[in-house]
Design a protein around this ligand. Structure first.
Ligand SMILES: Cc1cc2nc3c(=O)[nH]c(=O)nc-3n(C[C@H](O)[C@H](O)[C@H](O)COP(=O)(O)O)c2cc1C
Length: 234
């Protein structure tokens, strides 16, 4: 097994090892706007949902050498953005937007995607995306001491767009993964589809079980906790 200290490898090697190991990664397709009004759209796979009360998403933008990319600079100027989920049908358009375009170039136009106005944020939304989260900037963290540094951006989701064909609020999993067809990023220029899925029922540790969480045991002594039985999607 290869084993080494961080200090013994250049960041370029560590980056490739990291993105090849942490797979598949969801892709935030992020629309933002500069103070001057230029619209920007770009993909970021250092991305996830990180809290749900309030609902919060996070992604990281690595600087281009000494300079921030358009997305991080825009959000530092105009603290709103829209995160879209990349479904297979818009995968190629997403890939077009990752080119090194100048700040005044609108990637909606380059990729042939339709821009609709945001409802509560002053940033356009990708009409073709099945899921879009309108976000207000919650935290903007700078990471690192030397180039390329990174901006870790956390946004509170304040407005949601979910395609009708996807959503069944009564279902245990209200988003139909087969309709969403989300694409994940692997290492290099590789991607993964979400068509090969499987389920695992979680272990149920009854409150009276001695291995259970102490606060559950105490609560169950007062009020009986109903067992949760996983419900199949309708
Ligand atoms: C699928 C995919 C995922 C990417 N993930 C990231 C990422 O997490 N962080 C990052 O800094 N760049 C990432 N990139 C590269 C940026 O999209 C690229 O640098 C883009 O030009 C940035 O655009 P901007 O300058 O308009 O913000 C990714 C590219 C692709 C295609």
């Amino acid at each position: 097994m290869a084993a080494f200290h961080t200090r013994d490898k250049p960041w370029q090697t560590l980056y490739k090892i990291m993105i090849g190991s942490i797979v598949p990664r969801p892709i935030a397709f992020v629309a933002s706007r500069s103070a001057a009004g230029h619209v920007n759209l770009a993909p970021f796979s250092y991305f996830n949902g990180v809290s749900y009360n309030p609902p919060t998403v996070a992604f990281s933008v690595i600087d281009r050498g000494e300079e921030m990319k358009d997305t991080s600079r825009n959000i530092s100027e105009h603290p709103e953005f829209i995160v879209h989920i990349v479904s297979a049908p818009i995968g190629e358009q997403m890939n077009v937007t990752c080119g090194d375009y100048g700040a005044d170039i609108d990637e909606f136009v380059e990729a042939g995607l339709t821009a609709l106005p945001g409802v509560v944020v002053d940033v356009p939304r990708v009409a073709e995306a099945l899921v879009a989260f309108e976000c207000r900037l919650a935290h903007f963290l700078r990471i690192g001491d030397s180039a390329p540094r990174a901006s870790h951006i956390l946004g509170e989701v304040v407005y949601w767009h979910i395609d009708d064909g996807l959503l069944d609020e009564a279902a245990r999993n209200p988003i139909d993964a087969a309709v969403l067809e989300a694409v994940g990023r692997m290492g290099g220029i590789d991607y993964a589809r979400t068509t090969d899925r499987f389920s695992m029922v979680r272990p149920l540790i009854a409150p009276e079980d001695p291995r259970s969480i102490p606060s559950r045991k105490a609560a169950s002594a007062a009020v009986p906790v109903p067992l949760k039985v996983p419900r199949a999607r309708q």
